[in-house]
Design a protein around this ligand. Sequence first.
Ligand code: TTP
Length: 198
Amino acid sequence: MCAVVLASASPRRSELLQQMGVSFTVQPADVNETPNSGERPDTYVERLAREKALAVFSDYPDALVLGSDTSVVLDDRILGKPHDQSEARTMLKRLSGRSHQVMTSVALVSKSGCRSLVVVTDVEFRTLSEGEIDAYIASGEPMDKAGGYGIQGLGGIFVRELRGSYSAVVGLPLQETAGLLEQAGYPVWKRWPISLEN
Ligand SMILES: Cc1cn([C@H]2C[C@H](O)[C@@H](COP(=O)(O)OP(=O)(O)OP(=O)(O)O)O2)c(=O)[nH]c1=O
């Protein structure tokens, strides 16, 4: 079987790929994350996932290379990672008391080409108080996360309802990523450890 390379600097994506029982190497990709003018959010996340995987594939031409991108989308507009605390505050105020979408794309590049998909999850936030937003920003958690929150961390208490894939919101959809690997000839379950007690 080919080696698997994760083209990502995200610790969450590494943890999720580990959870699937895959052995892999991490090689972050350096790509320009500016949306093209008028680009639809789903088109944007899929383009970035593909660009990240393709950028790393040039250094690992014999591997299966996974790239991914997550954006929070509110009223069809992309909320990326906040650049500073004031932008994080603006994002959290806009998300408060409303539903938004989290779009995550995964791309898998190998010698046989590139396959990609987009997973869309609806997330509803309850109303957040000013004090809560201030405390959340002071915790430092919003800064490296799309939309300025982490559902897997302190931000989990803001979420009233989720329809879709929890792992996709955290950064890598488990079921869909396993499907892409299986299509590329890498069924993850064949790599699972066998307990001697069975
Ligand atoms: C909405 C949400 C996002 N995130 C994170 C996942 C991603 O790491 C980040 C979105 O930014 P991305 O640009 O998708 O990823 P990244 O810059 O962290 O890593 P790389 O491009 O190298 O793969 O937001 C959470 O951890 N929890 C959440 O609830």
